[in-house]
Design a protein. Sequence first.
Length: 143
Amino acid sequence: MGDKPDPAARETVNRGIGSQKEVGLAVSASVSSYAERDAKALVSRLKDAVAACGTGFTATVQNQSGSYRDVRAAGYRTAGDDTVSWTTTAAAQGVSAHVHVVVVREGDTIVRLMALNVSAAGQKAQVPQEVADKQLEKVRRAA
C-alpha cells in the first residue's frame, strides 16, 4: 500500500490506468521481478497481513501519511499462480475512498493492481477483471 516496492524486488515498473467504461475509476498497476522464492514469500506475507490487519494500519504514499481501515479479504479469480485480494477504506487529509487491491504471482513476477473511484470516493471500486487478465497476459508474453 505504500509508495515503495518490497525491498526484495529486483525491478519494478508502475503505471496508471483510467477507465473509459467506468468514469472516475483509476487503477494503478505495478509489475515487479523477484527471485521466485521471494515472490512466493511476499504473497504469503500479504495473506497473513490481510488476515491480521482487519482494524487497519497506516502507510506513507507519495510522502503523505494515511490510514487504511476495515481491511477485508476479497475473492478475486486470476489465472496466476497465486492471488491475494482485499478491500479497505483509505483516509488522508480528511478525504477517504474505498480501495480494492489485487496482488498476483506469476512465477517470479508480482503484479499489483489497485483500484479506486476518484470521482465518487464513497463508491466501492473493483479492479476490472479485463485489466487483471490483460496484465497477466502481458507478463506471460514477456517471460
